[in-house]
Design a protein around this ligand. Structure first.
Ligand SMILES: [Zn+2]
Length: 318
């Protein structure tokens, strides 16, 4: 059976982001007396090009990543403009001793404090840094609500002693962990720690810890699906992959639909790598792979639910 589009999108304030008419009314939120459509972007970056570091910049410029000519300079002003379509946005930098990446937590906290109605700041903690727990305490004092981590960028075992200390502290303090649990094409990043299955033990040992597996684990999306199905407090964001790896993105969503875990997927753009609008359009086009074939479609209403999901309630960040 070919896929049948039931597209009948509402247009709101010149943006093509409104839910389809069959979407649930709970997606409509009211802020400041003006009806807006809920979009929570759980994955955005704020870093200058210098802060992204040399290795990351080189792989972006080389074209190997598929992101040549990407503008990595994200000032607060540029970020603020980019999250215009969102109701709320989580923002972070990346700190990595191994790759020379560093965005001060203070820069994230200052930006978040300037826009408390929309911006939620996360710190970036490298478990290999000298005092990660002291950094967490400082981040809490600055008003940051979660921790961006990455075994790939930061070269650590998610179940190693250093990471366990961070996970334990985050669970105790109610901080959300957003972790890169997907591949990366920087040659010296350690792929043995990239797979989402590493978070099976993390989630069993720290069952109250809210974990977001970034990029739906691509290309290990089946493993990410298993994690979010198995563990109540493990979620996955769809950032990046659905736009830039649409075949993987389609398979990931089809598997999540077949296994009834679409409700564990969170909307994220990975700005500046993708915009909110690009991500929405990629999600709405994902069923093109199934058109005219016997492959499964993801129902339109479930795509709309994903775009307009109240991730902050799920993560305890309201
Ligand atoms: Zn990212």
């Amino acid at each position: 059976m070919p896929c049948v589009s039931t597209c009948g999108n509402l247009y709101v304030r010149d943006t093509h982001i409104a839910p389809k008419r069959h979407g649930t009314h709970s997606h409509v939120a009211c802020h400041g007396g003006m009806d807006t459509i809920m979009i929570i972007d759980v994955h955005t970056h704020l870093s200058t090009r210098e802060q992204w570091g040399k290795a990351f910049g080189e792989v972006m410029d080389s074209g190997v990543s598929g992101h040549a000519s990407m503008d990595l300079e994200v000032t607060p002003e540029r970020h603020w403009k980019a999250v215009g379509p969102a109701s709320r946005a989580i923002v972070f930098g990346i700190n990595s001793i191994a790759l020379g990446m560093h965005t001060p937590d203070e820069a994230i906290a200052d930006y978040a404090a300037a826009h408390p109605e929309k911006i939620i700041g996360f710190m970036s903690v490298d478990p290999n840094s000298p005092e990660p727990l002291a950094q967490i305490d400082r981040g809490i004092d600055m008003g940051l609500k979660g921790i961006k981590m990455s075994p790939v960028y930061q070269h650590y075992d998610p179940n190693g002693d250093e990471a366990r200390k961070v996970h334990e502290r985050a669970e105790r303090l109610g901080l959300v962990i957003l972790t890169h649990a997907a591949f990366h094409c920087i040659a010296r990043t350690p792929m043995q720690w990239a797979n989402p299955l590493h978070y099976d033990r993390v989630a069993r040992d720290f069952p109250e810890l809210k974990i977001i597996l970034a990029h739906i684990g691509l290309p290990w999306h089946t493993d990410a699906m298993v994690m979010i199905r198995k563990h109540a407090n493990v979620f996955a964001d769809i950032s990046g992959g659905v736009l830039y790896r649409p075949w993987w993105g389609y398979q990931a969503l089809a598997e999540c639909h077949e296994n009834s875990v679409m409700h564990k997927l969170l909307f994220g753009s990975d700005f500046p790598l993708c915009t909110i609008q690009q991500t929405i359009e990629a999600l709405r086009g994902v069923n093109r792979f199934a058109a005219g074939t016997g492959m499964p479609c993801i129902p339109d209403d479930q795509i709309e639910d994903l775009i307009h999901r109240d991730a902050l309630s799920l993560l305890g960040l309201t």
